[in-house]
Design a protein around this ligand. Sequence first.
Ligand SMILES: Nc1ncnc2c1ncn2[C@@H]1O[C@H](COP(=O)(O)OP(=O)(O)OP(=O)(O)O)[C@@H](O)[C@H]1O
Length: 458
Amino acid sequence: MKQKETAHILIIDDDPDILLTGEIVLKQRFSKVSCVDRPEKAKSILDTGEVEVLLLDMNYSPGANDGKEGLDWISKINDLYPEIKIIIITAYGELTLAVEAMKRGATDFVTKPWEYEKIQVSVSNALKLARTEKEIIRLESKQQGLKQNLVIKSDQVIAESKEMKSVLQMAEKVSRTDANVLLLGENGTGKGLMAKLIHELSPRSAEVFMSVDLGSITESLFESELFGHKKGAFTDAKEDRMGRFEAADGGTIFLDEIGNLTSAMQSKLLTVIQNRELTRVGENKTRTFDVRIIAATNSDLEAMIEKGEFREDLFYRLNTIEFDLPPLRDRLADIPPMVDFFITKFCKKYGQNIPEIQSEAIAKLKKYRWPGNIRELEHAVERAIILSDGVRLMSEDFNLKKTVKSEGFISTTNLEELERLTIERVIKSNEGNMSQVAKELGIGRTTLYRKLEKYGFQ
Ligand SMILES: Nc1ncnc2c1ncn2[C@@H]1O[C@H](COP(=O)(O)OP(=O)(O)OP(=O)(O)O)[C@@H](O)[C@H]1O
């Protein structure tokens, strides 16, 4: 016996004989057939999101035979459930009505009395059409993710310092697994690049890498953006749309700026990650997904947990493996190869010959604090390439702010403490030359001395 195709078909007709024969005939070919005698009763079945093909009678009120009711229902159903293919059931010879129904969005028509072979073929064709359309939508979303993949291929990861070498080794190991990864580090330390690298090295590399900047998604759009929506679920939901999780199916999703989620967003994300299934906004049906999750943030999540700003259970879901990307000032050995890498990149971009770099310039780059880390270094090199004489890159070409590397990252938000630390740093960098210190701080010498006294400096 031929195996049944897994599909849910719905028949709506007020004639019980039609429903009975339709059910018997279609059940020979399809796994599930539901029947109702009026369109008003079909809502709960349609809302399951399972029905792919609907056979619809055109007249319901006693004596009605112009098909007007059926035409109205076609428009309504098409509007609310655009993915469902509608086949109308007409009496023999009602060709004009069939044409009008097709104009409203019906896919095909079958005539009463049933021709068994014909309805099976018609439903089978409608089913193929429904599935092809779904596949096209899926591929379009996937392609968006694959475009992001292309950008990654050309990137290289520089890791000369021992800190970055060990990060790379760990990335290689982790990429072979499906473990969730949490990337921590200041802005511009390469969290995004590391996420792409882990994906590239993983068995999922031929699939989508989907990057989502959670910092730019508003609370109202969060659910629909990540989990998708049904047409009509809210005013702007003009079409059915899959979310980022579904579009990344088989691949990797990169949730950047995870520390920016409100508590409501955190709960929704946690439920989806925990259950490994999601529900599109406005739909009842749950959908499973197979996605590897990499999250990143420059926030101190543990401090946020303590303050009740980040859910501990979500944190433990995300941080199966945790990476700390060190700031650039703590991996000085990476600076020279990175500078070379960016010089080559930008000389190519601006069609220039590769210049030499003054050794004093490299020494200055190593002393600088790099609050914006590698992104800032990249911009500094780009600027230097544009401004240089094309032969030699000098330290002035990099336009570094007059600061030196501090002992550690100033994390205080207390103004007085910030002032004290800044003064301390500037004194060190000017080797105690107070006129210079006052000048750099932009204050008079008297004010400087008053502040030195206040903060107990010698
Ligand atoms: N090890 C590296 N080798 C070469 N380029 C790097 C390296 N790390 C980072 N970069 C480059 O530095 C820039 C910033 O990196 P990236 O965007 O990955 O940082 P990020 O930590 O995700 O930043 P943010 O927190 O602001 O999102 C990118 O252009 C990236 O390609």
